[in-house]
Design a protein around this ligand. Structure first.
Ligand code: MSP
Length: 667
């Protein structure tokens, strides 16, 4: 039997669970679930990283003992994950006795083999990273490049780990095991880092006490990363413990980590293990580094992170919606953006209109033409054979994508099947065969659809376990309860016997209409609404002192957004038909702009300090056409925004070359 062991990083408890950490944990849970469907012995581990200077300092700031502080914070993580339907097999805390003993054993093993020695260390240290930094890594002003905060100069007695000795063996190991680090770009980074030379690593500290004591030398506590990385093995117990069967060579062990902590996992961790006497075959199978998320196009500052609370999102929209969106919208391994509006769009399009619609129309037809029961299946025609072939392809594609840690592709393949089934209903037209009195044909079509839906309920389970239960309930089926040794990942369509009860229920994914979406955004993402309002404001206006508009300073570049987010902004070519001043508003002009629609749009813009109305008539402009209308009061409503640059009194309008027809889209 195959064994699959998948881990998240253990999270520092100085923070609370946020979309970034929820993302990793959801992916890992989905991978665990996928392997359960294959019948593998599948095991997931997550937990909390609770030692180190950062946490010692934070507990002091809060006037608590470190233990009281970490106890409180770890609970927040433990309680968060079930809200997101994450079912971890174990939750490890580095302050547990089992971990302390395990780490001390590992230390002793390395010491006995000669790779630890005493010395004195002096270098820069970033408390945020809990990591030493070399001079050349720092930004001007001695700032940590990740935290943008000053690093500290540390000089203390320490134990060194002889990392330099492992440079060559590591390079050979990467060479022999090219899938150890994924994706490939990250592997190249690791190889080039190791090739440029490894220095011995300081692995103990004497200037603070919140850590695991070094055996026999209690004035030293272990470096927090030595302690933390070991968690993955602590949780499986010592050699001989039955759980150790999950570790290579008997199992496949995959560490999912963010790209910022790849170096620790891909270099230090295997080096510690090799130094403790593990063979290459006993090293983890893979370290997979994922990218970083921005939120609505902005870097996740702590305040923004906390504003986007994954638990609140799950309570408002259902954990499945959040899970689906994160797994589907972000290519695993690359950076991505978490966007509230894209989330609602995907919910409506993929979940509501596609899968949800397939279920409700199929069950509606079964109620009408098959007495609300599974119908008998007769002879299959070309349309059924075509759908069956597509289904088999989708089963295989989704399976290999999950296996390659590409949830986004797995879900794409899953939804390709749902789309194919929707197309099949339209083409097979069971209502027409029913009207013609061909009951056998009608039943064959409905039976085929029910079978596709049954298989889809399995395929969506890793991403959306609760919706899978809901879907199955309507199909009259019990929730999935996969167990090791019993592979239930679909291979081919195999319809159910006739006469089993179905249970058409409420829509699985009720549509979120525009009003509900606005209300949701208001509640969940006030920053998005504020940003929209700012964007909808008329072109830049000088402050009363005339300051802002005069500034010639370049604006800072915005955080990157993905292509889908960009496509969400509908830019059109407009022709100004009329333009007039707005009475008693000295900065505003009222324009009517032809966007190729049945009637022109009224646009209110802050252009009056730069243009006379007659200058604008007949000009080509670029309009953001899908902004919500903005109400300026007294019946002044703007139905779009013009693009321009410069201060209010010297604006330049954006335009296009040539003569494209009004309404042409810019992409
Ligand atoms: N405690 C260490 C890990 C030790 S593992 C032996 C740690 N903890 S952390 O809480 O700071 O970060 C945990 C993970 O969250 C990292 O993988 C990090 O990449 C990830 N993320 C933090 N912010 C993130 C985003 N904005 N986007 C995606 N992942 C993010 O490092």
């Amino acid at each position: 039997m195959n064994r699959f062991y998948v881990t998240t990083p253990i999270y520092y408890v100085n923070d609370i669970p946020h979309v970034g950490t929820a993302y990793t944990t959801i992916v890992v849970d989905a991978l665990r679930r996928f392997h359960l469907l294959l019948g593998d012995e599948s095991r997931m581990l997550t937990g909390t990283d609770e030692h180190g200077l950062k946490l010692e300092r934070q507990s002091q700031e809060e006037g608590k003992t470190p233990q009281a502080f970490v106890d409180e914070m770890a609970e927040r993580f433990r309680q968060a994950w079930p809200v997101l339907d994450i079912e971890t097999d174990d939750f490890i805390r580095t302050t547990e006795a089992r971990h302390k003993q395990f780490v001390q054993d590992l230390w002793r093993r390395i010491e006995e083999r000669g790779d630890l020695y005493e010395g004195e260390y002096e270098d820069w240290y970033c408390v945020g990273c809990e990591s030493y930094k070399t001079e050349k890594e720092l930004l001007p002003g001695n700032l940590c490049p990740i935290h943008n905060k000053p690093v500290e100069r540390l000089k203390e007695k320490t134990f060194f780990f002889r990392l330099s000795r492992w440079e060559k063996p590591l390079l050979e190991f990467y060479e022999r095991n090219p899938s150890f680090v994924e994706p490939a770009t990250r592997r190249n980074e690791v190889i080039s880092f190791v090739s440029s030379g490894l220095r011995d690593l300081s692995v103990s500290r004497t200037s603070f006490t919140w850590g695991i004591p070094v055996p026999g030398r209690p004035e030293h506590v272990m470096y927090v990363w030595f302690d933390a990385l070991t968690n993955y093995l602590t949780a499986l117990g010592r050699e001989g413990d039955p759980l150790r069967r999950h570790w290579p060579p008997n199992g496949r062990a995959v560490h999912v980590v963010g790209k910022d902590i790849l170096r620790f996992h891909a270099i230090y961790w295997p080096a510690f293990l090799l130094a403790a006497g593990f063979s290459e075959k006993e090293l983890p199978s893979q370290v997979f580094a994922h990218g970083f998320l921005t939120v609505d196009g902005q870097k996740m500052s702590k305040s923004l992170r906390n504003a986007v609370d994954p638990l609140r999102l799950a309570r408002e929209l259902g954990a499945d919606t959040l899970r689906y969106y994160l797994l589907r919208a972000i290519a695993f391994g690359q950076d991505g953006d978490f966007s509230h509006t894209a989330l609602v769009e995907r919910y409506n399009a993929d979940l509501g209109k596609n899968l949800g619609n397939l279920l409700s129309r199929t069950l509606g037809l079964c109620v009408k033409f098959s007495d609300g029961k599974t119908p008998p299946i007769g002879e299959l025609g070309p349309l059924e054979r075509e759908l069956a072939a597509t289904a088999e392809q989708c089963f295989a594609n989704a399976r290999s994508a999950w296996d390659e840690l590409a949830p986004h592709r797995a879900l794409e393949a899953t939804w390709a099947l749902s789309s194919a089934a929707n197309t099949y209903v339209d083409r097979a037209a069971p209502w027409a065969s029913a009207k013609a009195g061909d009951t056998a044909r009608t039943h064959t079509i409905l039976g085929t659809l029910l079978e596709v839906l049954r298989q889809l309920s399995v395929m969506i389970w890793p991403a959306m376990p609760r919706k899978s239960d809901g879907l199955r309930a309507q199909l009259g089926l019990a929730p999935l309860a996969p167990h090791a040794g019993d592979a239930i990942w679909p291979k081919a369509l195999a319809p159910r016997p006739a006469g089993e009860a179905l249970a058409l229920g409420a829509p699985l994914f009720p549509t979120i209409d525009k009003d509900a979406e606005q209300a949701l955004l208001e509640k969940l993402a006030p920053h998005v609404r504020q940003a929209e309002a700012a964007a909808a404001a008329p072109a830049p206006q000088p402050s009363p002192e005339g300051g802002a508009g005069k500034s010639a300073e370049p604006e800072a570049a915005s955080a990157p957004i993905n292509y889908d987010t960009f496509l969400g902004v509908d830019l059109r070519v407009g022709y100004v038909k009329t333009c007039e001043k707005v009475p008693r508003k000295d900065k505003l002009l009222r324009l009517s702009v032809d966007l190729g629609e049945p009637g022109p749009r009224t646009i209110i813009a802050g252009l009056a300090l730069s243009f006379k109305p007659e200058d604008l008539v007949g000009r080509k402009v670029i309009v953001v056409s899908n902004l919500e209308p903005r109400d300026f009061g007294k019946g002044l409503v703007s139905q779009g925004m013009l693009l321009a640059t410069g201060p209010s009194e010297a604006l330049h309008l954006a335009t296009v070359e040539g003569d494209p027809p009004p309404g042409s889209r810019l992409k």
